[in-house]
Design a protein around this ligand. Structure first.
Ligand code: NAD
Length: 491
């Protein structure tokens, strides 16, 4: 029977004021597998008040105590990983082999930031003023609003939640209306781990709920993962309250293959870049730039490999590609495919809705490849967020760099070459937050991740990830006994 999830506010589970709910639909078979509460303004206000109360003590909790809770939560996620992965797959159609990995990664991130909780150091600085101690302290912001997207709810949440908590912030999470259940499950585990009431809260709902939360002056910082359009709206709302925002937005990432690359590895990297996660990933290598010497062979190799990708029930281990995660996304992908055909891009694989045994009730899209694409066609210029690859030929290295950077986005990129000088030049020349050299779609808790240009600003993961949730406080301590001139600043 479909479970009804409630809001998690101030350590209690309760329905939304007024009782409104939204259905959670399995994109593989269109069955409603859960209902989530639709939080309104009164619910958000209650969560904000609870977070402010909780911060008064949580912000002063010892780092050791925070680390212990984060470690305990990591253990609980590990213990529940199989069920969580299955739920994620049911909620957004992502294949189980990926969601299983993501749960392990989520637990790893909580452990990683448990380790950072007692290592957030400031500076003690020698000053020009005699007998004056100078300190630069790192303190939590207070209450963080965390808005997440539907494509990888738990993995996205765990990019920010562990770091924000380790730094001493309270967090109110608003997951996507298209995939909320695993975030609520993580909240259940937070409760089980023993986080105090109000430290982690979840208000589910759609855009209005998110806008109410991020537009509140009671928020101290906003962390947003989603589309650039919504990122702009959230940035503007937060700016009206003079609140800082970290934005993890979309991408149209170039994956660049040179003639001198290891051909087979590059081909696998191109596939991973666009068909991993059904292309519904911010880091999708959706523009494949291929040098002329290997262009025809690469197009042919990819087209033939794409046709063999196993689509099917995302809960099965052998399935390689799942569904589009929801109806609007499915329609959007198909409309970009139609536009590319209209623009004259050469279709070499897929090109429409996938059908066949086990596929007809799901939002399945064929792994689709267009060759001879121009960078200004909409299929190459705009983020599709689906299994649609644009292949663009190039002759020279400078040309590849120019095409790679000719996009408002700057999230990720890949370079395939066995020439180290060229790899170094490309690595420095590409304007993107991540450059993968002879690999693609690799993530590590230890290294920062985030965008340049319209792909956002701020960083998650790594040392930078915890600093993102702290602000600096400067302290002067004068032990000179000096009777100073009160009418001149003491420089
Ligand atoms: P979206 O921007 O439509 O929605 C994201 C979240 O914002 C949802 O929870 C939504 O309810 C909420 N929201 C919508 N309007 C709002 C408003 N006015 N105020 C406050 N909240 C509001 O994005 P999506 O369709 O859920 O996700 C896909 C996008 O996310 C893609 O662009 C993708 O590249 C991006 N993404 C980026 C990263 C990254 O780390 N850079 C990771 C995953 C996804």
């Amino acid at each position: 029977m479909a479970e009804t999830y409630q809001l998690f506010i101030d350590g209690r589970w309760r329905p939304a004021t007024g009782g409104a709910t939204l259905p959670a639909t399995n994109p593989y078979n269109q069955e409603i597998h859960a209902h989530i509460a639709l939080a309104g303004a009164a619910d958000v206000a209650e969560a904000l008040a609870a977070a402010r109360r909780a911060f008064a003590s949580w912000g002063r909790t010892s780092p050791g105590a925070r680390a212990k809770l984060l470690d305990r939560l990591a253990d609980l996620i590990d213990a529940d990983a199989e069920r969580l992965a299955l739920l994620e797959t049911t909620d957004n159609g992502k294949v189980i082999r990926e969601t299983s990995n993501q749960m392990g990664y989520a637990a790893r991130l909580f452990r990683y930031y448990a380790g950072w909780a007692d290592k957030v150091t400031g500076d003690v600085v020698a000053l020009d003023q005699a007998d004056t101690a100078g300190l630069a302290l790192r303190e939590p912001y207070g209450v963080v609003a965390c808005i997440t997207a539907w494509n990888s709810p738990v993995a996205i949440l765990c990019n920010t939640l562990p770091a924000a908590l380790a730094a001493g912030n309270c967090v109110i999470v608003k997951p996507s209306e298209h995939a909320s259940v695993t975030t609520l499950e993580i909240a259940r585990l937070c409760e089980k781990a023993g986080f105090p009431a109000g430290v982690v809260q979840v208000v589910t709902g759609a855009a209005d709920t998110g806008a109410t939360l991020t537009g509140s002056p009671l928020i101290d910082k906003v962390s947003f993962t989603g589309s650039p359009g919504v990122g702009r709206a959230i940035g503007a709302a937060a700016a009206a309250n003079l609140k800082p925002v970290a934005l993890e937005l979309g991408g149209k990432s170039p994956n660049i293959i040179f003639d001198d690359a290891d051909f087979d590895r590059a081909l696998i990297g191109a596939l991973a870049g666009i068909f991993g996660a059904t292309g519904q990933t911010c880091i999708a290598g959706s523009r494949l730039l291929v040098q002329r010497g290997v262009y025809a062979r690469m197009v042919e190799g990819l087209a033939s490999r794409a046709a063999q990708i196993r689509l099917g029930d995302p809960r099965l281990a052998e399935t390689e590609m799942g569904t589009a995660a929801n109806a609007p996304q499915f329609d959007k992908i198909l409309s970009f495919i139609a536009a590319a055909k209209g623009d004259g891009a050469r279709l070499v694989a897929g090109g429409g809705r996938a059908s066949g045994p086990g596929l007809d009730r799901g939002f399945f899209v064929e792994p689709t490849i267009f060759a001879d694409v121009r960078n200004d066609m909409s299929v190459a210029a705009e983020e599709i967020f689906g299994p649609v690859l644009s292949i663009i030929p190039f002759d020279e290295e400078e040309e590849a760099l120019a095409i790679a950077n000719a996009t408002p986005y700057g999230l990720a990129s890949g370079v395939w070459s066995q020439n180290i000088d060229r790899c170094m030049r490309m690595m420095r020349g590409i304007r993107a937050g991540v450059v993968w050299v002879n690999t693609y779609r690799v993530a590590a808790p230890q290294l920062p991740f985030g965008g340049m240009k319209d792909s956002g600003h701020g960083r998650v993961r790594g040392h930078a990830g915890i600093l993102e949730f702290t602000q600096t406080k400067t302290v002067f301590i004068d032990y000179s006994g000096d009777r100073r001139d009160p009418f001149s600043m003491k420089f």
